[in-house]
Design a protein around this ligand. Structure first.
Ligand code: ZN
Length: 174
């Protein structure tokens, strides 16, 4: 089931740290993950974090292959993820389904290794490079209440915030 994506400044859930998942293998967690993939694919995103669908839990889904049309899905589910290693640097344009219409260059690690649990609670590690590293770091940021705007200069962030407030007032940000 598609779940509406929360927009930045419309709901404080995006800016607070999400809670750890403690119950695994439940119908509720499976449904959340299924819904998050459906919502992400329908919105043409490569990653989605639970706070973006108003659920303050440490769950993220990623499929960077989904960025290309007709690509085979490469679904990654991260429950309670932690970044355990980061190396190198990459700078590239980044967007967010919660901040549609705004894309800015963000510098992040080129390679990232993440330790996470699956829906059954099993721990695993995944190492990503380039887009996968960027997607994992972006989504894990969401679980800590951090948005890509926090990686921009204060000047640029305030400018975007002002534009969004204007759109909110005009009823163009829902
Ligand atoms: Zn995002």
């Amino acid at each position: 089931m598609f779940r509406p994506v929360v927009r930045y400044l419309n709901d404080p859930v995006l800016e607070k740290p999400a809670e750890a998942v403690t119950e695994f293998g439940t119908a509720e967690l499976r449904q959340l993950v299924d819904d998050m993939f459906e919502t992400m694919y329908e919105s043409h995103g490569v990653g989605l974090a639970a706070p973006q669908v108003a659920i303050s839990k440490r769950v993220a889904v990623i499929d960077v292959a989904g960025a290309e049309e007709d690509a085979k899905p490469e679904k990654i589910v991260l429950v309670n993820p932690k970044v355990i290693a980061k190396t190198g640097k990459q700078t590239g344009e980044e967007g967010c389904l919660s901040i549609p219409g705004f894309r800015e260059p963000v510098t992040r690690a080129k390679v990232a290794t993440v330790r996470a649990q699956d829906v059954e609670g099993q721990w695993f590690e995944v190492t990503g490079e380039d887009l996968l590293a960027r997607a994992m770091l972006h989504e894990i940021d969401h679980l800590d209440g951090i948005l890509f705007l926090n990686h921009l200069s204060a000047l640029k962030r305030d400018l975007i915030k002002r534009k969004i407030r204007k759109m909110q007032k005009a009823g163009e940000w829902e």
